[in-house]
Design a protein around this ligand. Sequence first.
Ligand SMILES: Nc1ncnc2c1ncn2[C@@H]1O[C@H](COP(=O)(O)OP(=O)(O)OP(=O)(O)O)[C@@H](O)[C@H]1O
Ligand SMILES: [Mg+2]
Length: 318
Amino acid sequence: MSFVIPIGSGKGGVGKTIFTANLGIMLARSGKKTVLIDLDLGGSNLHTCLGIKNRNSGISSLINKQENSIEDLIFETDIDNLFLIPGDTLNPGTGNLPFFTKKKIIKQINQIDADFVLLDLGAGSTYNTVDFFLLSPYGIIFTSPETTSVLNAYSFIKTAVFRMLFRSFKPKSPEREIIYNFINIKLEGSGRSFAGDLINELTAHSYMSGQAAAEKIKEFHPWVIVNRVENRESIELGLKLQDITRKNIGIDLEFLGPLPEDREVQMSIFNRSPVVITNPASVYSKQLLVIANKLVSGEILPQPELYLDDEDLLKIED
Ligand SMILES: Nc1ncnc2c1ncn2[C@@H]1O[C@H](COP(=O)(O)OP(=O)(O)OP(=O)(O)O)[C@@H](O)[C@H]1O
Ligand SMILES: [Mg+2]
């Protein structure tokens, strides 16, 4: 089983794609078979951050039904152990994802034979993006040190946790009804914490359901990375995010590390060559190596079981 790491953010332009490209290179260089997937449908540019011209079909051909298997879309890059499934630059306009295609993509990503599979997601918490984020309990939430970006990261986590809980109960179940009502009627503006209150409501319905929801929350271990850090205050914003997420949602966000603001990153984009290749001594590259080492030394953990069906979308997406 591969270690799937989705990389999401509430706000756009915070550095996810550059991170995915450079982290992928580092993991591959440490001998780990790594597959990068550009899932920023409608805005894909992972190949550019890798310095690759996109001549291969990507995820779009699965969406347009020109291809049937994700394995056939994986192509080998010039870097040993590094593979890429590009996005949709060849076929723009695939931002709209039919439900069954999403389900197929999710299933096939989980079956990819590799050590690491990194998913570069589009910004924001639409349900398609959140469903890709929930492919693994170990997604990375990316934020810049700006307050708006941190607040959007918080909303992203909140949406992801609701969606995770909703999907962990069967379609048409009373538990889904309780969660749905909690989100739409009770939570907004009420200042109530759902870690405790939602679980209490589920427990009042059935002790087992309350336990199951509490268990799901415990299994969910998103990481956070604060990028473009320049000073101590930037890191403190990250700590605040950890704090409110723990208090309000009951989730322990693990701080995977800060990444520094580094002009070399911008230069690397200008030169169309990843910074860890052109400038391994840069502060960004060095800090990224610390993160890559953390991942390489970690254990592969089981994926949570989530239900994914039509009914979710009909109900929760309006
Ligand atoms: N650590 C850094 N230091 C300096 N500049 C950075 C750093 N990280 C990212 N950037 C800048 O931020 C820009 C956006 O990065 P990137 O495209 O990776 O963001 P993104 O989160 O993938 O955006 P989107 O949400 O649009 O997909 C880059 O072009 C680069 O100029
Ligand atoms: Mg991006």
